[in-house]
Design a protein around this ligand. Structure first.
Ligand code: ADP
Ligand code: ASP
Ligand code: MG
Length: 403
């Protein structure tokens, strides 16, 4: 018999009515003869509310206690959904991340799944139970609760699908699939029937929150057949796979990421080893650096500008201020009033002119580009934050209006 993993996000389980709606989807899958393992997120805005509560107590909550707190959100939805399934007459059991065998590394708030001991889940499946697992959480080697980072329930689901060798991993959410842009922002965004792991990974990493980027990384690594679909409408969704059939689409989507900050270092000495020192300090603070721009040297000095996640900005500046005197950095500035807009698509590899078309759309919309970064299948630009939505709409129009 085949096993299917189904994951339901916060909006899909936000209240009793939605919980029963989800229970019926699961029950239908079970009735078709499948074993079903379910992963749930916390209901509605629960995670945000819990974060707020913690900040009412302290500005800097202890990270271990924060994980202990946030993990409770998923426990509520797992227990309630299991009650709903039982009420409909099905055999079901809820398991927390640790009961389900999730072992992670020790990084509170952004832990990675190291291993899943699947015995308990397999025992419950043998008893014909539908197994409802709390997403987003596990235990580290000190037996402390860890969470996988915002949106991490997608990764819990894919990890389970990988170890249980599921036939499919279905990510049910509040939109019917992956679109050419956030359908809430771009009304005529187009639903994609399929997308490659690489394209989806870029889109997810560049701000399309529909899938947690690590879930896509893991799906690709373990060849998990991933599907994104709506829990509210029973229509076909988007399949994420290794290769897509030949198609005309030059790009697959436009994404926006507001979670960026730009740091500029002015007047660095123009000599070997300086960039190494700057970025090794960032690395030692576990801060990811994204787009990097170095100016042409002048009078023995140069400038370096780069972006980091907004949450890391204050720490990055503080760390750089500490090395500024010894390195000879004259000035450090940080700007959080920016956003990153990107296009993604394997089609751009073999088609010249994609960047020009993107820049033309921005130029016509009178949007100035501060920084540019490219890879084989993506182009990102950094622009003023207040122009972000306008940029997404203009770029989407340029690529998709005549499709
Ligand atoms: P869940 O709670 O189910 O995990 P999320 O809020 O994390 O749902 O992700 C779904 C949301 O992602 C959608 O409501 C949509 O606004 C947003 N989104 C952003 N970009 C895209 C895209 N390209 N395609 C589909 N949805 C997108
Ligand atoms: N509840 C967590 C969050 O809101 C995890 C998830 O929903 O995937 O980020
Ligand atoms: Mg999500």
């Amino acid at each position: 018999m085949s096993l299917i993993v189904q994951k339901f996000g916060g909006t899909s389980v936000r209240d009793t009515e939605r919980l029963f709606n989800v229970a019926r989807i699961i029950a239908d899958t079970y009735d078709q003869g499948h074993d079903v393992v379910v992963v749930v997120s916390a209901q509605g805005d629960t995670t945000d509310d819990l974060i707020e509560k913690a900040h009412e107590i302290t500005d800097r909550p202890d990270e271990r206690e924060m994980d202990a707190l946030l993990a409770t959100g998923e426990q509520i939805s797992a227990a309630l959904l299991t009650m709903a399934l039982k009420k409909l007459g099905y055999r079901a059991i809820s398991l927390t991340g640790w009961q389900a065998g999730f072992l992670t590394d020790a990084n509170h708030g952004k832990a990675r799944v190291r291993r899943i001991n699947k015995e308990r889940i397999e025992n419950e499946l043998d008893k014909k139970n539908i197994v409802v697992v709390t997403g987003f959480q596990g235990l580290n080697r000190y037996d402390d609760i860890t969470t996988l980072g915002r949106g991490g329930s997608d990764t819990s689901a894919v990890a389970l699908a990988a170890v249980l060798k599921a036939k499919r991993c279905q990510i049910f959410t509040d939109v019917p699939g992956v679109y050419t842009a956030d359908p809430r922002l771009v009304k005529n965004a187009i639903k994609l029937d399929e997308i490659t792991y690489d394209e989806m990974l870029e889109l997810a990493s560049l701000g399309a929150q529909v899938l947690h980027n690590r879930s896509v990384e893991m799906a690709k690594k373990y060849n998990v057949k991933l599907e994104v679909l709506s829990s509210l409408e029973r229509v076909p969704g988007t399949v994420v796979k290794e290769v897509c059939k030949m198609e005309k689409m030059l790009i697959k989507g436009v994404a926006k990421d507001d979670n960026v900050a730009r740091i500029s270092l002015v007047g660095l000495p123009d000599r070997p080893g300086v960039a190494f020192k700057v970025f090794s300090v960032m690395a030692s603070h576990n801060i990811n650096v994204d787009i990097i721009l170095q100016s042409v040297g002048r009078e023995d000095t140069k400038d370096i500008t780069f972006t980091v996640a907004r949450k890391d900005c204050a720490e990055a500046v503080q760390a750089l201020e500490e090395i500024a005197p010894s390195l000879g950095i004259k000035k450090i500035t940080a700007d959080e009033n920016i956003t990153k807009v990107s296009i993604v698509g394997a089609g751009m590899e073999s088609n010249p002119g994609v960047a020009a078309r993107m820049f033309e759309a921005l130029g016509e919309a009178n949007i100035n580009i501060h920084m540019i970064s490219t890879s084989e299948i993506k182009i990102s630009v950094l622009i003023d934050k207040e122009l972000g939505e306008k940029a997404v709409l203009a770029i989407h129009r340029a690529f998709f209006d005549e499709v």
